[in-house]
Design a protein. Structure first.
Length: 256
């Protein structure tokens, strides 16, 4: 079986799904290649912090009207460093904005995008690319079920993550640089409500971000980038987090 399109998009994350929808809205022939996420893969504490430009893209796709009620707006950002005097306070209203962005759970965003792609009729091939012929625009795709198919496209977009199979098949080198570490993600609750605030704490143990979440005003999304060279460093302890972050959000009462 062979498919011919202008654009073939590889991936099932928000970028791939959003691009497929945008191409459909523009009337560009396209298809999506990728393995749908299993329900268990979406049962995580991961959230997306959406910039204003991302929100505007979702508005253009007609999806933000549904998603904004399930998101938490970021109206204030506070940046501080332990031992340093003062802190930087950024307020959206002083910049003439309603908010700097919004935070939404990964599963909500992905399900909304996937449902919109399904409703649009964009062809989807559940599988993974196994070979590329860049000069001819030919991509061989091994389907999850059924025989391998051939896709011919004027443009192939690899929006398939950090370990991108498309990049590997195309022989594009990857350069890694900067500090090495692992981002520990969790949901935590504190004694103080978030009040649409986000915090960035430049701690010596690694930068910490606390982001507001929708629903419970005392629940936050935590992202802590740490040097996790030992197993103990990949375990989150409330007392250790409290010492590193401080008391700007009150007492840290629970994490998970």
């Amino acid at each position: 079986m062979e498919h011919r399109v202008c654009v073939a998009v590889v991936g099932t994350g928000p970028v791939a799904l959003g691009l497929s929808l945008a191409l459909h809205h523009l009337g560009v022939s396209s298809l999506l290649i990728g393995e749908p996420a299993a329900p268990s893969d979406l049962d995580t504490p991961r959230h997306f912090a959406l910039s204003l430009s991302s929100i505007r893209c979702l508005e253009g796709l007609g999806l933000w009207q549904t998603l904004h009620t399930q998101s938490a707006a970021i109206e204030t950002i506070q940046v501080s460093q332990p031992g340093a005097p003062g802190a930087v306070h950024l307020r959206a209203r002083q910049a003439g904005l309603a908010c700097f962005g919004a935070v939404i759970h990964e599963s909500l965003l992905l399900r909304c995008l996937a449902n919109a792609v399904a409703a649009s009729g964009v062809p989807v091939i559940a599988g993974q690319p196994v070979s590329l012929q860049p000069g001819s625009g030919i991509c061989k795709v091994r389907r999850s079920q059924g025989p391998t198919v051939t896709v011919t496209a004027d443009l192939l977009v690899g929006a398939d993550g950090g370990a991108s199979p498309v990049r590997n098949l195309a022989g594009i080198p990857l350069r890694r640089g900067g500090p090495q570490g692992t981002a520990l993600c969790a949901e935590i609750t504190t004694s103080a409500p978030h009040e649409q605030r986000a915090f960035e704490r430049l701690a010596s143990e690694g930068p910490i971000a606390l982001l507001p979440t929708a629903g419970d005003r005392n629940r936050w999304c935590l992202v802590w980038v740490r040097d996790t060279t030992t197993p103990q460093q990949s375990v989150l302890h409330s007392g250790e987090l409290q010492r590193a972050f401080g008391w700007r959000a009150g007492r840290i009462e629970q994490h998970g």
